[in-house]
Design a protein around this ligand. Structure first.
Ligand code: APR
Ligand code: PHB
Length: 402
């Protein structure tokens, strides 16, 4: 199989070299191509590998609008599920958060990140934008000069070099771009949570139409879905747990125990088709720029999954970055590029705050003691009794403007 999605090797020169072919890199490539700007995507993994990763699946309205404007909204609008609200379960009861009413008509779309990535690959193929897969040892260089370049290697074409005007670091949390920045030119902020999420994907109808975020003294649980035949469930677990510790029967017993009886009664237990444990982390790197390198998405920041902000934040970064590069090349106006890091970070920190808050209010924190538990209860009681608090939750959940 060819390492590139289209015939032939990648060019020797491009305007923007994009490192990483996750949602951030692929969307940037498509938006730049639509604006007449040349780019190449260098992705370490195979296309099949990228498309087999299971990630969150709740898209904000700003995300769906941008995907539509990039020309990749067709299948999403046909197959995605519009959600007007979700439930928070607490002490055997539920609180319904009516997103549409509380946010002045906004909703979210349930459509898996895997599907978004699929649609982006299809659009890039159709447009003939080069995506190099299995690019090994990718190294961005000369980032502080006017002539940056990226070197890499593929099995098919050996050692390669692409000269460019800019490098976009869209290579996720474990990528090479952020680490290419000298330590004294970047500051990082981090919180690691003392638990993980154990996730199961199963080919059974979801427990209910809307999502359920459940707080329980045994730990947090989330009931989500990908489509009417495919459910996604999570339970809070210990970071030291192994997937092997959790056969399906134990997972479902624990999930049921954490849900109100009325909801648990609807659970259809199906064989897990994917099961994994993810740690929870908040992380931000500042600034999101070093010379001619611009960071976007998980390369620059991580949120815990509570509230599903990760993909949506990657999309808003790409909105700011594509707009700035388009102004640079089109109107010869560099002001938006100069402002990229500040513009993106202003929104990133608000989403970090929301994801941290939602995580803190709904998980079980064993080391927080009885004071911490009472504060959590008061937080929930306040939310349940205050339309203002619910409005703030809804405003963040549907996505802050960009
Ligand atoms: N060289 C080339 N590609 C790399 C390298 C490297 N050294 N390191 C990582 N990559 C690739 C990864 O294989 C991955 O496909 O970069 C891509 C980064 O994609 P994501 O991790 O999906 O990050 P991003 O595109 O920013 O999307 C953010 O998607 O991954 C979720 O939880 C994340 O929801 C969030 C959103
Ligand atoms: C998911 O469906 O994977 C999902 C949904 C909502 C979240 C996190 C994950 O907050």
């Amino acid at each position: 199989m060819s390492a590139t999605s289209h015939a032939g090797a990648a060019p020797k020169r491009t305007q923007v070299a994009i490192v990483g072919g996750g949602p951030a890199g692929l969307l940037l490539a498509l938006l730049l191509h639509r604006a007449g700007i040349d780019c190449v995507v260098l992705e370490r993994r195979s296309r099949d590998y990228v498309l087999s990763r299971i990630r969150a699946g709740v898209l904000e309205q700003g995300t769906t609008d941008l995907l539509r404007s990039a020309g990749v909204g067709g299948r999403m609008d046909r197959e995605g599920l519009v959600h007007d609200g979700f439930d928070i379960a607490w002490r055997g009861d539920t609180l319904h958060i009516d997103l549409r009413e509380l946010s002045g008509g906004k909703t979210v779309m349930v459509y898996g990140q895997t599907e978004v990535t699929h649609d982006l690959y299809d659009a890039l193929d159709a447009a003939g934008v080069p995506v190099v897969h299995e690019a090994e040892d990718v190294r961005p260089q000369g980032l502080e000069t006017a002539e940056p370049f990226v070197t890499y290697r593929t099995k098919e074409h050996g050692e390669r070099r692409i000269d460019c005007d800019f490098v976009a670091g869209c290579d996720g949390f474990h990528g090479v771009c952020r680490t290419a920045i000298p330590r004294d030119r970047i500051e990082t902020f981090e919180r690691v949570y003392p638990f993980g999420w154990l996730g199961v994907l199963t080919r059974k109808p979801p427990i209910q139409e809307e999502l359920v975020y459940a707080h329980h003294t045994r730990g947090f649980a989330l009931c989500s879905l990908r489509n009417p035949q495919l459910s996604r469930y999570y339970i809070q677990c210990s970071v030291s747990d192994k997937v092997e510790d959790w056969p399906d029967s134990r997972f479902y017993d624990e999930l049921e125990a954490r849900l109100p009886d009325r909801i648990a009664a609807n659970l259809q237990r199906g064989e897990s088709v994917e099961k994994s444990i993810a740690p929870l982390r908040s992380f931000v790197a500042e600034p999101m720029r070093y010379g001619r390198l611009f960071l976007a998405g998980d390369a620059a920041h991580i949120v815990p999954p509570t509230g599903a902000k990760g993909l949506n934040l990657a999309v808003s970064d790409i909105y700011y970055l594509s707009r700035a590069l388009t102004a640079h090349y089109g109107e010869r106006d560099g002001r938006l590029l100069e402002g990229y890091s500040g513009d993106a970070l202003a929104r990133v920190w608000k989403a970090e705050r929301f994801s941290w808050w939602f995580t803190s209010m709904i998980h079980r924190f064993e080391d927080d003691g009885s004071f911490g538990q009472r504060i959590q209860e008061a937080e929930f009681d306040f939310l349940a009794g205050s339309k203002a608090a619910q409005t703030a939750l809804a405003e963040n959940y549907v996505g802050l403007p960009f």
